[in-house]
Design a protein around this ligand. Structure first.
Ligand code: AMP
Ligand code: TRP
Length: 345
């Protein structure tokens, strides 16, 4: 690791955290702590791009924070905070709104999905969401961003914004004796066997917080009974499990369950199919229930404990935001100089 390498990622405090968030993102957040300085953010400003009940939002910010801590993120060694406590995110996002082009944002598939048919009625914030995401990352000049597969396009946009800013302001950056690559293009880290966990009801749909059916996902705070029920009810097809990975092609539900098992156990899909191939789904599912309960049970329990101590959780967020703000303010001061704003020195 060089001194300038830094990890940043964010999770929205909306609805229940599920196995997709855990395997696609949080597990990787935990691993990266050993290699990088990490900043993990509960992105409450992103959450309000669609309506959030205020009391529910407060609860949800604490819940995501609790999930980070319960999963093994160390808020003393690294930084854990909620976005709205560091005003520089919103400030830099405005500058980036003036760097990003309408044509770029028009291509964002997440906006199209979330806005749905009634696009005229979507918030302006939902449309501008990717420039705020770029600001989150670049206000810390973070170099590595662990996310699930669905965030790839947003990361590419962040890279485009960084590059255009560096180009547009190249002369000014030089005049202020700053690094010509003022914003390093952030690299996505999309790793592990479960970068896209699918719904338990439909193997062609992403597991998501907003799916109306709770049976479509395993929530991080589900108890053992709920986990068992959901896995046993998970959609499958009538064929037995194949003996090799190739046999999972065109069998999205089977592929998804094997992928989840692989990610939770740290084993490869091939290895699992060697053990379970040819056998009944029910055997495999029983074993998956045991594994999921073993891995998620302690996290759910720790989250419950933390839910009973909101003062502690809030103190983590305040401490984290105080440390984040120092880094963000420094970047923002340079950005003001680069753009040509006048500021107090
Ligand atoms: P969000 O809940 O949209 O804030 O997502 C938080 C993190 O979880 C992001 O890095 C997403 O890419 C990741 N994520 C969300 N849903 C899934 C899924 N079904 N499979 C894998 N990763 C996911
Ligand atoms: N857009 C991400 C999601 O919906 C959350 C997010 C906001 C994020 N800002 C970020 C992720 C910065 C990584 C880096 O999942």
């Amino acid at each position: 690791m060089t001194a300038t390498e830094r990890v940043f990622s964010g999770v929205q405090p909306t609805g229940n955290l599920h196995l997709g968030n855990y395997l696609g993102a949080i597990v990787n957040f935990v691993k990266l702590q050993n290699v990088y300085n990490c900043i993990y953010c509960v992105v409450d400003l992103h959450a309000i791009t669609v309506w959030q009940d205020p009391a529910e939002l407060t609860r949800s910010i604490r819940e995501v924070t609790a999930a980070f801590i319960a999963s093994g993120i160390d808020p003393k060694k690294h930084i854990v905070f909620n976005q709205s406590q560091v005003a520089e995110h919103a400030e830099l996002a405005w500058v980036f709104n003036c760097v990003a082009r309408l044509g770029w944002l028009n291509r964002m598939t997440q906006f199209k999905e979330k806005a749905g048919k009634d696009r005229e009625n979507a918030s302006v914030g939902l449309y501008a969401y990717p420039s705020l995401m770029a600001a989150d990352i670049l206000v810390y000049r973070a170099t590595h961003v662990p996310v699930g597969e669905d965030q790839k396009q947003h990361l590419e946009l962040s890279r485009d914004i960084a590059q255009k800013f560096n180009n547009d302001f190249a002369d000014s950056i030089k005049a202020h004796n700053l690094d010509p690559v003022f914003f390093p293009p952030p690299e996505p880290l999309i790793t592990g066997p479960a970068t896209r966990v699918m719904s338990l009801r439909d193997g062609t749909k992403k597991m998501s917080k907003s799916d109306p059916s709770d049976y479509s996902r395993i929530n991080l705070n589900d108890d053992a009974d709920a986990i068992a029920q959901k896995v046993r009810k998970a959609k499958t097809d009538p064929e037995p499990l194949p003996g090799e990975e190739k046999g999972l092609e065109h069998r999205p539900e089977a592929d998804n369950l094997v992928g989840i098992y692989a990610a939770l156990s740290g084993r490869t899909k091939a290895d699992l199919l060697g053990e379970f191939g040819g056998g009944q789904f029910s055997n495999f599912k029983n074993s998956l229930v045991d594994l999921a309960v073993e891995k998620l049970g302690p996290i759910g329990m720790e989250m419950k404990k933390l839910a009973a101590d909101p003062a502690y959780v809030d103190s983590v967020l305040i401490d984290g935001s105080n440390r984040a703000r120092v880094i963000a303010a420094e970047t923002m001061s340079s950005v003001k100089d680069i753009v040509g704003f006048i500021r107090k020195r």
